[in-house]
Design a protein around this ligand. Structure first.
Ligand SMILES: [Zn+2]
Length: 238
């Protein structure tokens, strides 16, 4: 109970018992007890911008500032990729995708931890996108685009491509866009396997990546003169 006479009473389905849960509960209580609660009705208040109210660009700025840049600058938005593709790559890098290991950590029951794409090892973001034999076969597309995509130990290293790569800005942007498209395609192949019982051959996924990246990159990158056959041979000037 605080000095305002507010008393918190929890109604748990599962009481916190892990250290992290207990710490989260304590910080949550502190936030609640530090505020004056009134009998008025609740309302949403946007504090991220000016008085005009909520704006997506303000939210984007906050995410960039608070989450992405602070996170060792591993993640850069790709201006050539769709928002949903950027967002998926960001979630993968922050380990915020509902992989089986992530679900277990959130106390969500899963029948098996095993990766459905390879049938070995447990499914984490690092495994699914980088260490999985299925994903490794797909990453061979780096030979097609003649780029040295360092897979290293996990997804975060892959996302550092733009920061670490040597070459023109065009080269870095195309490489980053291809990486995001690949992450998108692997996640889609994984979901097709789990939810639709569709087994995609890695070579088909590589073909899909070439088509999607062509559609997504070419117009936005002002590479209008690049034709499909040139893209297939990755015969473009960088
Ligand atoms: Zn696997």
């Amino acid at each position: 109970m605080n000095e305002n006479g507010v008393c918190l009473k929890w109604n748990w389905i599962k009481a916190p018992d892990l250290n992290q849960e207990i710490m989260d509960k304590a910080s949550c209580e502190q936030i609640l007890l530090d505020h004056n609660l009134s009998n008025g009705s609740d309302k949403w208040l946007w504090l991220g911008g000016n008085e005009d109210g909520f704006a997506v660009k303000d939210l984007r700025r906050i995410i960039d500032k608070e989450l992405l840049i602070c996170d060792n600058e591993i993640f850069k938005w790709s201006k050539w990729m769709l928002k949903k593709v950027n967002f998926l790559a960001w979630r993968a890098g922050m380990d915020r995708l509902p992989t089986k290991e992530a679900l277990i950590k959130r106390n969500v029951g899963v029948s098996s931890l095993t990766c459905d794409l390879c049938g070995h090892d447990s499914e984490s973001a690092d495994h699914l996108f980088v260490k999985c034999s299925y994903a490794l076969t797909i990453w061979r597309l780096s030979k097609w685009c003649k780029m040295d995509i360092g897979l290293g130990d996990g997804i975060r290293e892959v996302l550092m491509f733009k920061k670490m790569a040597k070459g023109s800005q065009m080269f870095k942007n195309i490489g980053q866009s291809l990486i995001f498209t690949t992450i998108w395609a692997i996640w889609k192949a994984r979901n097709d396997r789990i939810f639709n019982n569709i087994r995609k051959d890695p070579s088909d996924v590589i073909g899909e990546i070439k088509v999607l990246s062509f559609l997504w990159i070419i117009n936005r990158a002002k590479l209008n003169l690049v034709e499909w056959k040139d893209w297939c041979n990755f015969d473009i000037s960088l």
